[in-house]
Design a protein around this ligand. Sequence first.
Ligand SMILES: [Zn+2]
Length: 354
Amino acid sequence: MKRIFALLGIGVVLAVSGCSGSGNQGAGEGGKLDIYFLDMVGGASTLIVTPAGESVLIDTGSLEPKHRDADRIHQACKDAGLAKIDYLVTTHFDVDHYGGILELSKRIPIKRFIDNDTPAKDISKRQRFQQLNPLYEEATGGKTKLLSAGEDIPLKNVTKGKRGAVRIHCVASQKRVEGFDGDVDAAVEGFEMDRADTSNNAGSIALVLTYGKFKFFAGGDITLNVEHHLAHSVNRIGKVDLYQVTHHGLDRSNNPLLLAALSPTVCVAMNGPRKGVQPRTFGVLKGLPSVKAIYQIHYNTQYGDKGNTGGEFIANPKDNADQGQYIKASVYPEKDIFTVSIGPDGAPKTYQIQ
Ligand SMILES: [Zn+2]
């Protein structure tokens, strides 16, 4: 972590703090786009608020314990000044990604539902899915839209000056990769492919957000073979400024080929104290010349220095793991910077948009 980017200067930091206000007034102000990485304790939920005030929530964490995750998402919506969620994207049907949906829908209106259309019958054999699928049905009223690779989330947007429009584009879904027509699990000459992943993970929705020159990749829990085809033989995403570390930082994902292709500046891992950020993935990210900082939602109790970034980049430290603190990124394309802070009041660190 010796390449951690120095703050650009007190002036910039103060200007940025001034824009972001106290948290409740932040949504959509002055061309700023916000991304909240929420603490789902090893699950995932990411809230995006565009400068036009539109909101996209990616995943809803888990149902248990005691609706913790729905409450945390709701609190982040309040911090962002939201009265509704415009789009909810369920990347795939795993318990740590769609468990909180019904409880959340009771706390804040959700206007539209997008998913990867995994047929419930395929996963209903397991008890936990039998419990969760009816909750999903109840929350969505059965009105969901499949998002396929190559499609955009239809944001209303505002296009002004240098910033341009915000675009959220799907590059993979249902084990299909945009621009690649073959079977992702088939042999590829010169590469050792992983065995076919028949779990829900491989079919996750993977999204690329662009705003001006800024680029953010959130790949859900896609696994090694899907990742391979996002990077080879064409780098289909290109370099990104911000990377939501895929699959909580597990080594079943985070293909080094894709990580090198993405060359992120800042990485954020949605890990739990005992889940995610495994040593191989952590080592590869740390070794990328582009990486200025790695953030983690939790201190990782499993791997010591081989799975932990510096203390100032961990939202929920070992000695205070239950506070539910989020990591927030704010993007200012007209200044060519984005900032990352911990919690609603954390001091922002500033990074250049590449
Ligand atoms: Zn997951």
